[in-house]
Design a protein around this ligand. Structure first.
Ligand code: NAD
Ligand code: WQD
Length: 337
C-alpha cells in the first residue's frame, strides 16, 4: 500500500514507519517537526535499506493536504500527528483542541474529498479515565478523561464513529495505546523528548545516563501491592507492528473499530525502576515524592480483542523494553541532537 503517515518523525510514528517499510509499504511522512526529527527519518531509511518521502507541513494546512493527496496515490492514512503532553494540555487547551481535534477534522475532510477512506488513528488508554475495574476491555465505558489532552482523543473517537456511520466507505481503526516505551533494538531510533521529560521511562533513563539528578516517584500510598501506580507498558516495536496488522484489517473490512494495544500486564513504578536497574547494571537515584495530580492507581489492558481480530499480541518482555530503552539512551545521550 501507499501510506501517508502524519507525525511519522515522532517517537511512535518513526518506529511504525520502519515496520511499514520493512513490510513492503511505500510511505510518505507529513510532519511539522514541532516534536519530530529529520535524523530519525534518515536512520529509519538506513535500517530499512529503503527510502521514504518527507513533506514538512501541518495537518491543519488544508491547501497542503489537498496538494499532497492530488500528487500521491495514497491508499490509507496512519495518523499520529498531535500534541501529547498531559500537563501542557491543562495550561494550553486551545492548542490541544486546535491540533488534535481541528487538525484531525481537517485531515478527514481532505481525505474524503480525495476519496481516501482508510484511516488508523492513535488514541489512548486515557479515554477510560479512572476505570472502575482493571483490566479494561474495549467495551468498558469511556469515562471522563482527566485532561484536555484526554478529551481531545475522546472527541476524535466520537468524530470518527460519526463520520463512518454517515458514510460507510470509511474504514477506520482506533488504537488505544497503553504506555509505549522502549526503542528499536538497533539503538538507532528511540524516544527523544524536548526538555525535561514528563513520562517515567525517559526520565528514568536520563537519570541513569547522568543528564538528570534524581527521579521522583509520584506517590507510594496508592492501593497497590507496593503503593506505587501500576501501568501497562508496551514495547514500541510491538505497538508499531500492531499498526501494520490494523492496516491489513481495515483494507479488508469496512467499519470503525476500536482495539486496545497493551501488553495485558501491569507493573508498578518500583518494579519498572528495578527492571531498569537490572538492564543498565547500575542503581538509579530516586526519591519518593507526593502524588502527581491526575494520576490513577492502576490501569492495564485486556488486549485479547486485538489478538482475535488482528492476529496481534505484544511479544516483548519488560526486560527487553528496559534493555532497548537503555541501549538507545546510552548510545544517544543527547537524543538525535
Ligand atoms: P511525538 O510527539 O513523538 O510524535 C508526534 C509527531 O507529530 C511529532 O513528530 C510532531 O512533530 C508531529 N506533529 C505534531 N503536531 C503536528 C501537526 N499539527 N502537523 C503535523 N505534524 C505534527 O508523539 P508520540 O509519542 O509518537 O505519539 C504519537 C501519537 O500517539 C500522538 O497522537 C499521541 O497523542 C498518541 N499517543 C501517544 C502515547 C505516548 O505515551 N507516547 C500514548 C497514547 C497515545
Ligand atoms: C507512568 C507512571 C507516574 C514520571 C501518560 C499519559 C497517557 C499516555 C501515556 C498519551 C505513573 C509515574 C512518572 C516520574 C513517576 N499518553 N512517574 N515519576 O501518566 O501513565 O500516562 O503517558 O496518550 O495519556 O497520561 O505515564 O510515564 O507519565 O507515568 O513516578 O517522573 O510513572 O506517576 O504512575 P502515564 P507516565
Amino acid at each position: 500500500m501507499r501510506l501517508l503517515v502524519t507525525g511519522g518523525a515522532g517517537y511512535i510514528g518513526s518506529h511504525t514507519v520502519l515496520e511499514l517499510l520493512q513490510a513492503g509499504h511505500d510511505v510518505v511522512v507529513l510532519d511539522n517537526l514541532c516534536n519530530g526529527s529529520l535524523e530519525a527519518l534518515r536512520r529509519i531509511q538506513a535500517i530499512a535499506g529503503r527510502s521514504l518521502q518527507f513533506v514538512q507541513g501541518d495537518i491543519r494546512d488544508r491547501a497542503l493536504l489537498d496538494r499532497l493527496f492530488a500528487q500521491q496515490q495514497v491508499d490509507a492514512v496512519v495518523h499520529f500527528a498531535g500534541l501529547k503532553a498531559v500537563g501542557e494540555s491543562v495550561r494550553q487547551p486551545l492548542d490541544y483542541y486546535a491540533c488534535n481535534v481541528a487538525g484531525t477534522l481537517n485531515l478527514c475532510q481532505a481525505m474524503a474529498d480525495a476519496g481516501v477512506f482508510q484511516l488508523v488513528f492513535s488514541s489512548s488508554a486515557t479515554v477510560y479515565g479512572d476505570p472502575a475495574q482493571v483490566p479494561v476491555d474495549e467495551s468498558c465505558p469511556v469515562a471522563e478523561p482527566t485532561s484536555p489532552y484526554g478529551r481531545s482523543k475522546l472527541m476524535v473517537e466520537h468524530l470518527l464513529h460519526d463520520v463512518q456511520r454517515a458514510d460507510t466507505r470509511w474504514s477506520i481503526a482506533i488504537l488505544r495505546y497503553f504506555n509505549p516505551v522502549g526503542a528499536h533494538p538497533s539503538g538507532l531510533i528511540g524516544e527523544d523528548p524536548l526538555g525535561v521529560p514528563n513520562n517515567l521511562l525517559p526520565y528514568l533513563s536520563q537519570v541513569a545516563v547522568g543528564k538528570l539528578d534524581c527521579l521522583q516517584v509520584h506517590g507510594n500510598d496508592y492501593p497497590t501491592p507496593d503503593g506505587t501506580c501500576i501501568r501497562d507498558y508496551i514495547h514500541v516495536v510491538d505497538l508499531a507492528q500492531g499498526h501494520v496488522r490494523s492496516l491489513q484489517f481495515i483494507s479488508r473490512h469496512k467499519g470503525c473499530s476500536v482495539w486496545n494495544l497493551g501488553a495485558g500486564k501491569g507493573y508498578s513504578v518500583l518494579q519498572v525502576i528495578s527492571a531498569f536497574e537490572q538492564a543498565c547494571g547500575r542503581s538509579v537515584h530516586y526519591i519518593i515524592g507526593p502524588r502527581r495530580p491526575g494520576d490513577i492507581a492502576a490501569n492495564w489492558a485486556e488486549p485479547s480483542k486485538a489478538e482475535r481480530e488482528l492476529g496481534w499480541k505484544a511479544e516483548r518482555s519488560l526486560a527487553s523494553m528496559m534493555a532497548d530503552t537503555w541501549r538507545w539512551q546510552s548510545k544517544n545521550p543527547q537524543g538525535y541532537r
